[in-house]
Structures are given as C-alpha cells and as structure tokens.
Write a protein that binds this ligand. Sequence first.
Ligand SMILES: Nc1ncnc2c1ncn2[C@@H]1O[C@H](COP(=O)(O)OP(=O)(O)OP(=O)(O)O)[C@@H](O)[C@H]1O
Length: 383
Amino acid sequence: MPKTVIFRCVSLSLQGGTVSAELLHYCQSLRSDVFPEGLQPDWLQIRGPVIHVQLPFPAAPALRALVKRDRMLSAYQWDIKHNVVPLPIERRPDLQGAEAKPLQRGVKNVIAIASGKGGVGKSAVTLGLANALSQLGARVGILDGDIYGPSLPTMLGNVDSKLTFTPNRKMLPVRSFGLEGNSLGYLSDPDDATIWRGPMASRALEQLFFDTQWSDLDYLFIDMPPGTGDLQLTLAQKLPVTAAVVVTTPQNIALADAQKGIRMFRKVGVPVIGIIENMSHYACSACGHEEAIFGEGGGVFLGDQHSVPVLGHWPLHVGLRRALDNGQDLNRVLDGDSILTTQQDTAQLLVANLWSLLHDEITPLVSSQPSQAKHANSKPSKE
Ligand SMILES: Nc1ncnc2c1ncn2[C@@H]1O[C@H](COP(=O)(O)OP(=O)(O)OP(=O)(O)O)[C@@H](O)[C@H]1O
C-alpha cells in the first residue's frame, strides 16, 4: 500500500481511537540493515499516541534512527524495550548430539569470536562488541579462550583479580565495566598456560566454560584461541555455540586464514553470522587523512565468497588501543568518539542477524544473501 494512503488510514483510525492494523502493516514495511524485514507486528503495541515496542534483541538506537527518518512515525512517542530471545534447542544441532552438554541455566546465546590469523584484533573486537551490547542494556559475559595469551584481565583493567568459588566449587566470574568475564589469567600464573598442549588446553577451556557460574546472560562471547587447528575444532564441537563471527584484517594473508575459520565452523554445523573487518583503515588524528594501511576490500570479498554479511569495518584507532592496553572503561575515555558508534552499529547488526536465525519466515541474512556492505564485489587489493 502506498505510504500516502496508509498515512490517511492511520490518521482516521487514530481519530476514532482504534488501533490501526494499517499502522502495524506500515511498520512492517520499514526497512533498514538492522530490520531487513521491518518491525514485526508482534513486537508492537499501540496505545493512543504511544507505540510500545518489545524487541527480541537490543537495538533501540537503530530503531530510533529508522523512526526519525519517517515523517509519520516520528509523530508518535516510542517506548522501546527488549527481551532477548535464545535460539531454541531444536534449531541448534550442536546441542542435540549425545556428547553435547547443555548450556548453563540462564545463558541465552553463546557467540564465538574467531580469527584464523593471530593479532588481527579478535580480543579487541570481542570486548568492543560486548561493551556495545552492554551499553544497549543487554547482560553480557566474555570467556577468554585465548589460553596462550589471556588478554581479558588487561582489557578489563583487573589483572590482579583472582577468581572466587561457590561452595560447590563453581567459578564466579570477575566483573568490570558492567561485564562478566572469566579467563585463565584470573586463575593461575598466565605463563603456565604456554606449556599446555592441544587436548589439555581444550579440556581447560571446556572447564572454564562449563564450571563458571555465569549470571543470567543474554549473550556470552567466547574469545576463541587464534587459529583453525585441532584445539579450535574441538572447542567449536564441544561448546554449545549458537553462532560464530569471524574477525579479519583486509590483507590477503589474514583472509586466507579467515576462510579456514569459516569452513571450520560450517564443518561442525555452527552458523557463521558475520565478518568484522578490523583495522580497515587509519584516519590521521592530526589531519584526518585516511589510509588503508592493510589494503582494502578484503572483508567484503571474503563475505561475498562465503555469502556471509560484513557487519562492520573498524578503523585502526589510537584511543581504542590505548584504552584496551591500559584497561580503561571505553565508554568513559572514548565518550563521544565515533568508534563507539561504529561498534554499536556492528553489535546491533550482529544480534539482529542472530535473531533472524530463529525465524523460518524471515529470510536469514546468514549464508543466503551476499554482503550488503559497501564496496561489494571488490577484490582485496594485493598486499
Ligand atoms: N581497531 C584497532 N585499533 C587500534 N588498536 C587495535 C585495534 N584492534 C586491535 N588493536 C590492538 O592490537 C593489539 C592486538 O589486538 P588483539 O589482542 O585484540 O588481537 P588478537 O587477534 O586477539 O591477538 P591474538 O591472536 O594474540 O589473540 C592490541 O594491542 C589491541 O589493543
């Protein structure tokens, strides 16, 4: 129905004091990256001039931006809340096997953040996403799976914290900046981990995952160990991972490793719901000149090859590096910086993609659509 006609219907129905089905229909016709199928009628309740929304994932800023662009909808008051929906067990092949252990009570979704190659910023991206979702009102935890170089305690600014245990010997996660975290770095001398070998390392991580008493969490991120070897494969198989995100830099060398990561998850039936291109470019803080230090277009090329959407292009950012390495609260030291908006946009797209996995009637963004990000079809530059 054309917009003008709907507008008239809605005005009439409001004058009559009745809720307009046309308005719900109209909301469904709105489209954005985060809401590719519009606003679903069962999310909305219209009472007089107020539209109450219960989103199944945290994305209030994306919805506000959508509403702001729309002359008719911006005339309403919007009351936006969310209640995160877990992926049902029947849609999770990883939880159905005889060996698979169930998710802990209260953890709704487990998202693995992986990279084929080390040093691409996987831990930085994990923390950035977790922080962004927490700022959007989600309850978020991080499991530091990088046993050979646990970086979570440094990034959360609590290197001296040690784990405490419940009476039945469950580990209680450490809390910082509104996030829960667990890492071998809190448990022992981190240097001990460097001598661990494959099966031992994988058992340690399983234990860290299953024997932590997480609170009720909407999202638990696992910062996977770098690489695509046996350790990573075993973990992807044994941990109840809802979906995976692959981090890469634009370079060819990183892309080749990221491809292996995507294949690895697919092999064990874990959907890869997005790629994040980190260190996409550098913007000089003195003159603003942008330089693609590690090449260009790699993330999009990878996404197109594997039909996985690119969720974000994160720049090399001096302030971010400083904050992470000094364990500072990103929201405080980067307040007003566009990097936080970039991270939040990516996080909203990520949880929207995760939600779309739940619904047969919604076209999943996962593995069926080519990337919608800019520079589509461009090949990575030779670096
Ligand atoms: N976008 C970015 N801008 C600036 N610095 C970054 C960015 N991403 C990561 N870094 C910095 O790069 C370094 C490596 O990042 P990080 O530890 O997250 O990589 P990783 O992929 O997890 O490494 P590993 O393979 O060792 O686990 C850190 O000092 C981090 O703060």
